[in-house]
Design a protein around this ligand. Structure first.
Ligand SMILES: [Ca+2]
Length: 166
């Protein structure tokens, strides 16, 4: 293993924005590891963490798990993932849960905003990989085979990619 690949594999996180993302549409946010897209400062992880770990990670970076509490912000974020991460078939944890009370979904930073773009039959409190655990944390399904760009509820301890914002 050479030095570069060793460094990459042990790095906590890095931004996986392809070269084509280095366009006028995307720029660095305040010299940070976040990137600006349509006025949203995003950090898309290549790590897979639990929702709790991802929440802490985003906070350690000076941000929080992304809050998609408006149609525009939701669509812009899905566009970003479609454009720059289309080859990656993943769900991404976002900053919503019904941990406090089942079925009462809340965005972690918004007060009273109730915009949740859940997919059909979601949330169903079922994680397909952990059927015996309640699904209390939200993930964005953005790319094939989850092409509908909606939210799904997942088991919070399941390790997944995630999106921070600042
Ligand atoms: Ca739930």
């Amino acid at each position: 293993m050479n030095q570069i690949s060793k460094k990459r594999s042990t790095a906590a996180i890095y931004i996986e924005v392809p070269l084509k993302a280095r366009s006028s549409n995307v720029s660095a946010c305040k010299g940070s590891v976040f990137v600006m897209y349509n006025y949203i400062c995003l950090l898309v992880s290549d790590l897979e963490l639990s929702w709790y770990e991802a929440k802490q990670y985003c906070e350690d970076q000076g941000g929080h798990l992304i809050v998609l509490d408006s149609e525009k912000k939701y669509n812009d974020t899905v566009d970003f993932i479609y454009t720059y991460y289309a080859s990656i078939s993943r769900k991404y944890l976002v900053g919503a849960s019904d941990l406090a009370k089942e079925i009462q979904w809340k965005w972690m930073t918004s007060s009273g905003v109730n915009y949740f773009n859940f997919g059909d039959d979601q949330p169903n409190n079922v994680d397909v990989q952990f059927m015996d655990h309640p699904a209390n944390c939200a993930a964005l399904s953005s790319v094939p085979p989850w092409t509908d760009g909606h939210l799904y509820d997942e088991y919070c301890s399941q390790k997944m990619r995630f999106i921070c914002e600042m």
